[in-house]
Design a protein around this ligand. Structure first.
Ligand code: EPZ
Length: 425
């Protein structure tokens, strides 16, 4: 497995274009199975994107990926109603295809997606909602078999505003004779992107104030659509500039998707200018305290940005604290940042960081996607050489993280897995 080699401790200056949003692309690819021919622009070139395309192909949908544009063509029915076990294991968010397959085939078979390193990640809310919509669900070991005759109208109140459950309900009901109301729905920008994509194919979904209304239609047609920018990738690059000091411009972003995190960067002393599709940030050599950051469903502070902001705070002046309310095991980057000299104490789902001016390079191991990105941010701020192993996690969510940070003048490169063994062994 390749590694990332960073020579850190220098200010960043430059500009980069932000990729399309992974967490919009994946449910939109699932929705493409409901339509006929789709042209989807600004798809990020990620391992997760290609895993989703493999799932579509396994269902009989023809796909192609070229220059961040995906073309899909499904000729009416799907050729299969099951997701191969290997693909389910490769990407747990394959569960997103459940609603689309059940809608098209009236039957769907998947293996339990299982948890991942950040938490158990059950799908009880998805299955409970499907039952309310008329689905029969059998669980045999780690297999889930769903069948449905007629999708029934229902009013579904989600116990937690789950992003995946909200999206799966939309995917199951978009083509139906049913009217669905979701209360306490997730309100992340990626949900609206999925809604707009489905409506661009002839769907009838509207949303607002934590409610989603789906009026099922007879069929969905063709579309040409552009995926929204990735707000978490954008915040990753801004966290790097905050951690190192310097100045940067992000192009192809939607500042309105990250109002609270931008306010927190300003609290840390950065000056931020926003346009319709760009952000310019000027950061002091070290951030001031960010105060207390509490992760919450949107529009609260995004859990996916918790680790990257903690990395920036580890070089801050003074103390910052975090409370992680969304996932139960999302501090796995802490032990790695401590290796660089970061002073972080955790208790349960809370962490307190006492920033320090000097962090030093080390060999680190990525343990999940956003935690891995946080190690890049911290490594850029640490003096000397940092090597990051297990970077396959990072490639699941970032097209080419070293090129993006390289656009800001960072000394970061992908090296062979044998690199550094002699130096750091
Ligand atoms: C989506 O995951 C994102 N992934 C995650 O991004 C993101 O962190 C998360 O939403 C929250 O914003 C994609 O969109 C592909 P949830 P999802 O259902 O849908 C619990 C990244 O790094 N829950 O909102 O799985 C669950 O365990 C990834 O890009 C249930 O208990 O998130 C978690 O604690 C990581 N039962 C909380 O809700 C359920 O049936 C939030 O989960 C479903 C969820």
């Amino acid at each position: 497995m390749e590694k990332l080699k960073i020579n850190g401790g220098r200010k960043l200056r430059g500009e980069t274009r932000v990729q399309g949003a992974k967490n919009a692309c994946l449910p939109i690819l699932a929705a493409a199975a409901l339509g006929e021919s789709c042209i989807i622009h600004n798809c990020p070139d990620l391992t997760d994107t290609h895993a989703a395309l493999k799932i579509l192909e396994s269902l009989g949908v023809c796909t192609e990926f070229e220059n961040n544009t995906v073309r899909t063509h499904s000729c009416g029915s799907l050729s299969s109603c099951r997701i191969p076990d290997g693909l389910m294991k490769e990407m747990r968010s394959s569960v997103m295809f459940l609603g689309a397959i059940l809608s098209k085939c009236k039957r769907a078979e998947i293996t339990y997606p299982g948890g991942c390193s950040i938490g158990a990640r059950p799908i009880d809310l998805h299955l409970e909602a499907f039952r309310k919509m008329g689905a029969e669900i059998e669980e045999e070991g780690d297999k889930i078999i769903c069948t449905i005759d007629e999708i029934k109208s229902a009013k579904i109140n989600l116990g937690f505003p789950s992003v995946g459950a909200t999206e799966n309900i939309m995917l199951l009901s978009a083509v139906s004779n049913a009217e669905i109301e979701i209360d306490n729905a997730a309100a992340e920008p990626e949900i609206l992107d999925l809604q707009n994509f489905i409506n661009s194919m002839g769907g009838n979904i509207c949303s607002g104030g934590r409610k989603v209304f789906i009026k099922g239609v007879k069929e969905l047609g063709n579309t040409e659509y552009k995926i929204m920018p990735d707000r978490i990738a954008a915040l990753t690059y801004l966290s790097g500039i905050a951690a190192c000091g310097g100045m940067g411009k992000l192009n192809s972003v939607r500042p309105e998707h990250m109002v609270l995190p931008l306010k927190i960067l300003e609290r840390g002393g950065s000056e931020i200018e926003c346009g319709d599709d760009f952000i310019i940030m000027k950061a002091p050599s070290r951030p001031k305290s960010y105060g207390k950051i509490i992760t919450l469903p949107y529009p609260g502070f995004p859990t996916d940005a918790q680790a990257i902001f903690m990395a920036a705070a580890s070089r801050g002046r003074g103390k910052s604290s975090f409370k992680e309310n969304i996932f139960e095991n999302r501090f796995r980057h802490v032990s790695e940042i401590r290796k660089l000299g970061g002073r972080i104490e955790t208790e349960g789902n809370e962490a307190e960081i006492c920033g320090r001016r000097r962090l030093h390079g080390e060999v680190l191991t990525a343990k999940d996607l956003r935690g891995g990105a946080a190690l890049v941010v911290a490594g850029l701020a640490a003096k000397g050489e940092t090597i990051i192993e297990n970077i396959g996690y990072i490639d699941r969510g970032y097209e080419n993280i070293e090129r993006s940070f390289g656009d800001f003048g960072a000394e970061i490169a992908r090296v062979d897995e044998s690199y550094g063994r002699e130096i750091h062994s």
